[in-house]
Design a protein around this ligand. Sequence first.
Ligand SMILES: NC(=O)c1ccc[n+]([C@@H]2O[C@H](COP(=O)([O-])OP(=O)(O)OC[C@H]3O[C@@H](n4cnc5c(N)ncnc54)[C@H](OP(=O)(O)O)[C@@H]3O)[C@@H](O)[C@H]2O)c1
Length: 255
Amino acid sequence: MARMSKLFEGKVAVITGGNSGIGRTTAIAFAAEGARVAIGARRAAESEETIRKIQAQGGEAIFVSIDVTRADQVQKLMDTVMNRWQRLDFAFNNAGIGGTPFVPIPDYAEQVWDDVINVNLKGVFLAMKYEIPHMLKSGGGAIVNMSSVAGLIGGPIGIAYYASKHGVIGATKAAAMEYAQKGIRVNAVCPAVIPTALSAGVFDGENEARALALHPMGRFGTTKEVADAVLFLCSNKSSYITGHALPVDAGLLAR
Ligand SMILES: NC(=O)c1ccc[n+]([C@@H]2O[C@H](COP(=O)([O-])OP(=O)(O)OC[C@H]3O[C@@H](n4cnc5c(N)ncnc54)[C@H](OP(=O)(O)O)[C@@H]3O)[C@@H](O)[C@H]2O)c1
């Protein structure tokens, strides 16, 4: 029987925040489609399970310990990828933090604002800054930035989170325009609530039913459902899509 070819055979993907939650599932999904995967995040121990799963399915993956707010460390991640595999095709700029949900603006700490904007927004800028030259050298590619439904609407989970996720969409559109004729597509995904370490403690307890009621499908999403959207936006099946912010939200934004 002829061997089935995989979607991303011979390609290389970098995933920030790939050691946990949505990033981990997406890293494993990229590898299952034949991509070699580089994970950038801070905690090495958290990455071990991801690397093990990828190797168990016959894939290749590395972890580089980085803080996405540090330009030198983000550059190190991209340089490591190029030194090892001599190409970069796809990036999922996904690392993020939640800040302090439900804290009103007058009480919202300036330090939390700075932290959230630095990780969620500056982290995406720095990632693209160091990915794009390598992608151009590789003959083009696709970038997916992690926004949120909080990048398209407001709500109660903290001003900096909304500001950062709206900013990610702006940065995505600007990058998409800059590289539309240079072979790099740039899109964003905007998930609704996906149970992960980040959303735990925000949408549980008495907030769970309230949050659930906002999701027309009547359930939260899975990390796999976000990974599927990211892989679609990196594949040739989305070859005419750039500058788009794709809700992965059970219809939440359609109400
Ligand atoms: N879960 C949801 O409901 C939901 C909905 C919409 C959007 N999102 C977005 O999805 C993304 C992933 O979140 P998740 O839900 O999968 O939560 P998660 O499991 O907590 O993952 C967050 C990831 O970001 C990494 N990270 C955080 N700060 C970092 C830093 N300074 N430098 C490098 N890596 C950093 C973490 O790794 P280290 O701590 O090891 O660095 C971890 O891998 C976030 O951007 C989040 O805003 C989540």
